[in-house]
Design a protein around this ligand. Structure first.
Ligand code: CO8
Length: 258
């Protein structure tokens, strides 16, 4: 097991958990934290015993953004040559389902990290925002793109141009999060969702994820054709036979992820 300092990891049955842990900086995303999260995700992606990845923070903050103290002295040449924050694309490209459980602040890069995940659950204490403009920068980990796709132009523009934070209820109404739960129940609910997904056939869950994500990349006609072809491909798996046989036999399926 790798030793990390800015995150905690644990495996709960088939769920790989990553808890952001920089309490002194409200889980601000510095280079070390990014490297550790991506290393843990890579490990979970490779582990056939993991079917879903759950990312969470603390009660006070999921993450209060990219680390401002680390970024402040950087030059244009540093950010350009180092392609600052491009590494987070690895999380967007994770093939296993990812779940973000957000309590407290999810600001700037924190909001973007949550939006990089497939399912976003919020505690009633969650606060989402893209306050970069107040620092003289703009979102840099996909915020202007993913937030706009999630909540539409008007709300995304208001959030990105004013830095206004929105609460959990507004985030749910706007379609940014799938569900709001009382803060005390966030982790229990998030683990339930993650365990449910991890209990499905892994290749089928990966195909479902890939198919939904395709909708962001292509036309409706091509997306529907892609979906149908993947649907046809599910019939090449043992888990399709098992899933349908279990329904007919009136018993729970026993997927073997093949
Ligand atoms: N970076 C570094 N340190 C932070 C950050 C951060 N993003 N957020 C909080 N901290 C630190 C504080 O400095 C403080 O440390 P210290 O005790 O040493 O002073 C500690 O965490 C606790 O924070 P506060 O005392 O401020 O706690 P409060 O409860 O008073 O306030 C807030 C909480 C409202 C969340 C406040 O901390 C805040 O506004 N944080 C900054 C939020 C923000 O602006 N985030 C966006 C950052 S920019 C970004 O994420 C994307 C950049 C993309 C650029 C792309 C370039 C290519």
């Amino acid at each position: 097991m790798t030793e990390y300092t800015t995150i905690r990891t644990e495996q709960v049955d088939r769920v790989g958990v990553i808890t952001l842990h920089r309490p002194e900086a409200l889980n601000a995303l510095n280079t070390q934290l990014m490297t550790e999260v991506l290393d843990a995700v890579t490990g979970y992606e490779r582990d056939p015993g993991i079917g879903a990845i759950l990312i969470t923070g603390s009660e006070k903050a999921f993450a209060a953004g990219a680390d401002i103290k680390e970024m402040q002295p950087q030059t244009y040449a540093d950010t350009f040559a180092g392609d600052l924050f491009a590494a987070w694309d690895q999380l967007a490209q994770a093939r296993k389902p990812t779940i973000a459980a957000v309590a407290g602040y999810a600001l700037g890069g924190g909001c973007e990290l949550a939006m990089l995940c497939d399912v976003l659950l919020a505690a009633d204490t969650a606060k989402f925002g893209q306050p970069e403009i107040k620092l003289g920068v703009i979102p840099g980990i996909g915020g202007s793109q993913r937030l706009t796709r999630a909540v539409g132009k008007a709300k995304a523009m208001e959030m990105v141009l004013t830095g206004r934070m929105i609460g959990a209820e507004e985030a749910e109404r706007a379609g940014l999060v799938s569900r709001v739960v009382p803060a005390a129940e966030l982790l229990t609910e998030a683990h339930k969702v993650a365990a449910t997904i991890a209990g499905m056939s892994l290749p089928i869950a990966m195909m479902a994820k890939e198919s939904v994500n395709r909708s962001f990349e292509t036309t409706l006609a091509e997306g529907i054709r892609f979906e149908r072809r993947i649907f046809h491909a599910t019939f090449a798996t043992a888990d399709q036979k098992e899933g349908m046989a279990a329904f007919i036999d009136k018993r729970p399926p026993e997927f073997n992820h093949s």
